[in-house]
Write a protein that binds this ligand. Structure first.
Ligand code: HGY
Ligand code: MN
Ligand code: MN
Ligand code: MN
Length: 396
């Protein structure tokens, strides 16, 4: 690992879209594109074949063995709105440093290596998360891509992506490189590694997730003249559903979040005729997630789910998990196995190739927030073990 080079590239990528109140590299915005362009420039400068595929994923290829499969190392550059400095970009910088190190140490005799920054991992605006990785594995449907919209229903993923040259035609024309295995390293975004004082986590299962929007219909009316027993208040119905989700997940190994709520017309003196809320429900066991959603849905009347995307929980490849454990052991780095309640592109790749996911500690377990932080020492330990694991997989 070349520490100086790693931090130089990390800072170059992580600084794009960074503001006082957090990072704003939301997918399908200029900042997101700037970061992808920056990565492509770095890859070209370093002599790799760099390109953007039909989904907007940015690839860097090192092909000493033409015609053979690639070990793919990746993560994402897009962020949530007001996100932290490490989510996604740390993994891309670690993948880049590993690619450079493998070439420097002449590992070309063993096979090809690629890095990828997947597009729209977060799905912030349209609940379209893990879009880039699903596009290369065929898990993204035309129907989903063409119908995803924001909470208001007025802005579509299709239009936002088209502004940056990504269409269903370009997505479906992708011919991905042949992949032998996928590795990702990411900040844990939770408190476990820090609490246990363990510098590296190896992920067993990535929790499944159901996300989408519910729209409520009431009757727009006057806030003053409408008696309380004569109201059909769409925003009240939405608020009750927000509390209802919290109650539906209680006492289950499950989490549920409503992160976005809107009212139409959204005027202080008008009873809302329409409203919408987002939902994000996750559990390591799919039957629990499904049961909670059914219970929650039964608790509200004037609503209808207008968008729902489910991703099943995924157990990552046992052989890869052991390679990660042994690579850390060779470097005398303590590890532990744990589950991930954050979703990752690794859960999509894992459905078609052996995939592994490493975590480094997150300070106070905080993420998707300005004060997301991981220590330089933990970042560097993560890269060194990530490189050692990549070498092991490459040399087979
Ligand atoms: O939402 C998540 O779990 C991830 O950070 N995209
Ligand atoms: Mn995230
Ligand atoms: Mn992430
Ligand atoms: Mn990820």
């Amino acid at each position: 690992m070349n520490r100086r080079r790693f931090w130089d590239y990390f800072n170059r990528l992580q600084g794009i879209g960074r503001q006082d109140n957090g990072v704003f590299r939301v997918a399908w915005t200029d900042e997101d594109m700037l970061a992808r362009r920056e990565l492509a420039e770095i890859l070209t400068y370093e002599g790799f074949t760099a390109f953007r595929d039909g989904a907007g994923n940015v690839w860097g290829l090192w092909t000493p063995k033409p015609g053979q499969e690639y070990l793919v190392l990746g993560s994402h550059l897009d962020s949530v709105a007001g996100g932290g400095d490490f989510d996604g970009v740390y993994g891309v910088a670690a993948a880049l440093e590993t690619l450079l190190s493998l070439r420097e140490c002449q590992f070309g005799d063993y096979g090809n290596v690629a890095i990828v920054a997947f597009a729209d991992e977060e799905g912030v605006r349209f609940n379209s998360g893990l879009l880039g990785s699903r596009a290369i594995t065929g898990a993204l449907t035309r129907q989903e891509f063409m119908t995803m919209a924001d909470a208001s229903g007025n802005h579509s993923l299709e239009d936002a992506a088209a502004a940056y040259g990504v269409t269903w035609e370009s997505l479906s024309a992708i011919r991905p490189v042949p992949i032998c295995a996928y590795l990702e390293i990411h900040v844990e975004q939770g408190p476990i590694l820090e609490e246990r004082q363990i510098p590296l986590g190896i992920v067993n299962v990535i929790a499944g997730r159901s996300q989408g929007y519910v729209r409520f219909t009431g009757r727009q009316n006057h806030a003053g003249t409408t008696p309380m027993d004569k109201r059909q208040d769409a925003l009240l119905a939405a608020a009750q559903a927000v509390v209802g989700l919290h109650e539906a997940v209680m006492d289950h190994e499950c989490v549920g979040t409503v992160g976005d709520i809107i009212a139409d017309p959204g005027s202080p003196n008008v009873i809302a005729g329409h409203s919408a809320i987002s939902f994000d429900v996750r559990a390591p066991k799919d039957d629990i997630r499904e049961a909670v959603l059914r219970r929650w849905q039964a608790s509200w009347a004037a609503g209808a789910i207008v968008q729902r995307v489910d991703k099943a929980a995924v157990a990552l490849d046992l052989m890869i998990r052991n390679i990660l454990r042994d690579a850390a052991a060779r470097l005398q780095i303590p590890t532990m196995f744990l589950n991930s309640w954050a979703v990752h592109d690794a859960m999509i790749l894992a459905q078609s190739v052996p995939s592994g996911l490493l975590f480094i500690p997150s300070a106070a377990g905080v993420s998707h927030a300005r004060d997301e932080w991981s220590s330089p020492q933990d970042c560097e330990i993560g890269v060194m073990v990530f490189e050692e694991a990549a070498r092991t997989i490459l040399t087979g």
